[in-house]
Design a protein around this ligand. Structure first.
Ligand SMILES: [Mn+2]
Length: 458
C-alpha cells in the first residue's frame, strides 16, 4: 500500500486522540489548542462526512512517528534524507480522491469545514499545499499556503511568504496569462515537511515533491488534475483545482502568524478561481491550527532545524539537537552542544543567528544534560549557568523577520525588516577545562531512571 494519510492514522491510532462528539467548527481552534497531541475530530456540525485532523508535528514524539524513527533520531534521520538526491515521482492513472469529483456549480469551497484560527480572522481559512508550475512546462513548486474562500468558487491565497510561489505567478502575469494551480490537503504527513521547507534555488533542478520520496522511502505517485494541466499527489484526501487570473488581487487576512500576532496584517493577495474539487469518501481535512503549541511552529521549523544541525556538525561541533522552541514563536532557537574549547559556543550562536532563514532572533546554547524540550530545564540552565555580563551578547540592526513585532520595516520589499539579535551561552565550561566543568555537575536522585512511580500505585 502506498503511504497515505489513512495508513498513517491507522498505524498511529495509539497516539491520536479521537473526538467522537459533534463539534461546531467555530470551536475547532479552541479545542485543538487544548489537545497537545495528534487529534481527530470525527464529526463537525453542518459538514456531514468530514473529519478534521491536526497536531501531527506537535513535538518530537509526534514527529518521530511521521519519520518512522525515535524522538532522539528525528533530526539526524531528516538531515540524512535531505542530503540525498531527489527521487523521481511516478505517474499513475487512478487516485482515491477521484471518488468524488465536483466541477462547475457542484464545486463549493463553503462545503469544506474550514475554520477561523484566531478570533480576529475575517473568515474561515484553509491550510493547503500549493502546486504551481513555471510557464512552458517548467519547474514545479510545492509549498504551503493559506486559502480564504471569498465565494463558493473563489479564494484568496497567501503568497507573501513564499518566494517561489511569488516568482512563478510573476512569470505568468508577465505573459498576461492565467496560471493553473492546485491545492492539496491530507497526504502522508512527510509531504508536509517538504512543503514547509522551500529548498533555496531548487526550481532549476527539481521539485520539493521529488524530495518527499526520500522521506517516505518510496516514489511519490502523481495523477493529472481534471481541469488544469498539473500533476498532483495521487494519495491525498482533497484536491482543489483552479486558475489564477493575472493582476487580480483581493485583501487577505489578518491571520495569526507563528509568532502569535496578527502580523503582517491584511494585504492584497492573488485569487484562485476554482474549477474542480475532488475528495475521498469520508474525507479527512488535515489542518494546522496556527495558534500556540500547534503544528504551525514545529512544522515550519523542523526542516530548518535539520539544515542547521547538518551545518553545525559539518563544522565539527558536537551538536546534539537544534530546536526552535514552540513557546518562542519560532523566534528562539536552542542548540544543544558539548563545547570542546572556549569561544566555540559563541561561534555556534553567531552561526545560528546568521542563518538564511531569518527566524532566529534569540539563540540559546545548552549542554547535553539539559532536556531541550523542557521549559523548566531551559530556565534552570539559563539561571544557573549564565553570567550575563560575559555569556550574553547583542547584535543590533540585523536582518529580522517581518512577523516579529519589534522588527523595523526597511526599504526594498515587504519582507525586509531589521531587529537586534541576541545570543545566550548557557552551556557548562568546555571539555578543555574539566575542573571548571565539574562544578556545574547537575544533582540527580540516586539510581534515577531505574524506578517509575506509576509502578507502585494501586
Ligand atoms: Mn520552492
Amino acid at each position: 500500500m502506498p503511504k497515505d494519510l489513512r495508513c498513517f492514522v491507522e498505524d498511529n491510532a495509539d497516539t491520536i486522540l479521537r473526538v467522537p462528539g459533534t463539534v461546531a467548527r467555530e470551536h475547532l481552534s479552541a479545542l485543538i489548542v487544548q489537545a497537545a497531541r495528534p487529534v481527530m475530530f470525527e464529526a463537525v456540525a453542518g459538514f456531514p462526512g468530514w473529519r478534521v485532523l491536526d497536531l501531527l508535528f506537535v513535538d518530537r514524539h509526534a514527529q518521530a512517528r511521521v519519520l518512522d524513527t525515535v524522538p532522539d533520531k528525528v533530526l539526524p534521520s531528516l538531515a540524512a534524507a535531505l542530503d540525498r538526491p531527489p527521487a523521481p515521482t511516478r505517474p499513475v492513472d487512478v487516485a482515491p480522491h477521484g471518488q468524488n469529483v465536483l466541477t462547475g456549480d457542484e464545486a463549493d469551497l463553503f462545503a469544506l469545514p474550514c475554520f477561523r484560527h484566531g478570533e480576529k480572522d475575517p473568515a474561515p481559512a484553509l491550510i493547503a499545499m500549493n502546486v504551481c508550475r513555471e510557464p512552458d512546462a517548467g519547474a514545479v513548486n510545492f509549498s504551503f499556503t493559506r486559502m480564504t474562500p471569498i465565494g463558493p468558487r473563489r479564494a484568496t491565497y497567501l503568497i507573501g511568504s513564499s518566494p517561489h510561489q511569488r516568482a512563478i505567478l510573476a512569470a505568468w502575469e508577465e505573459r498576461g496569462e492565467a496560471m493553473p494551480m492546485a491545492c492539496v490537503v491530507g497526504t502522508h504527513p512527510a509531504y508536509e515537511i517538504m512543503a514547509s521547507y522551500s529548498v533555496p534555488n531548487h526550481l532549476a533542478e527539481f521539485s520539493e515533491l521529488e524530495m518527499v520520496g526520500n522521506l517516505i522511502g518510496e516514489a511519490v505517485e502523481t495523477v493529472p488534475c481534471r481541469t488544469v494541466p498539473l500533476d498532483v499527489p495521487a494519495h491525498a484526501e482533497v484536491v482543489i483545482e483552479g486558475w489564477v487570473r493575472p493582476g487580480v488581487r483581493h485583501d487577505d487576512g489578518p491571520g495569526p502568524s507563528q509568532a502569535l500576532y496578527y502580523l503582517p496584517g491584511a494585504s492584497p493577495q492573488p485569487v484562485i478561481e476554482v474549477s474542480a474539487i475532488t475528495h475521498r469518501d469520508r474525507p479527512i481535512l488535515r489542518q494546522h491550527n496556527t495558534l500556540m503549541f500547534s503544528d504551525h511552529q514545529p512544522l515550519i521549523s523542523l526542516p530548518h532545524e535539520a539544515l542547521l544541525y547538518t551545518r553545525l556538525r559539518a563544522d565539527g561541533h558536537d551538536v546534539r539537537e537544534v530546536f526552535y522552541v514552540p513557546w518562542g514563536g519560532t523566534l528562539a532557537c536552542v542548540v544543544q552542544i558539548v563545547p570542546q574549547s572556549d569561544g566555540e559556543t559563541r561561534n555556534v550562536l553567531m552561526r545560528t543567528l546568521g542563518q538564511r532563514w531569518p527566524n532566529a532572533k534569540l539563540a540559546i546554547a545548552i549542554d547535553a544534560d539539559v532536556d531541550i524540550g523542557s521549559p523548566e530545564d531551559l530556565v534552570w540552565s539559563i539561571s544557573t549557568r549564565v553570567d550575563p555580563g560575559r555569556d550574553l551578547f547583542v547584535v543590533p540592526e540585523a536582518k529580522g523577520h517581518p512577523i516579529d513585532p519589534t522588527a523595523r520595516r526597511v526599504a526594498g520589499g515587504a519582507r525586509n525588516a531589521v531587529t537586534g539579535k541576541w545570543g545566550i551561552d548557557a552551556t557548562k565550561p568546555p571539555l578543555s577545562r574539566p575542573d571548571a566543568r565539574a562544578v556545574f555537575e547537575r544533582t540527580l536522585a540516586p539510581r534515577m531512571g531505574e524506578v517509575r512511580l506509576e509502578d507502585f500505585l494501586e
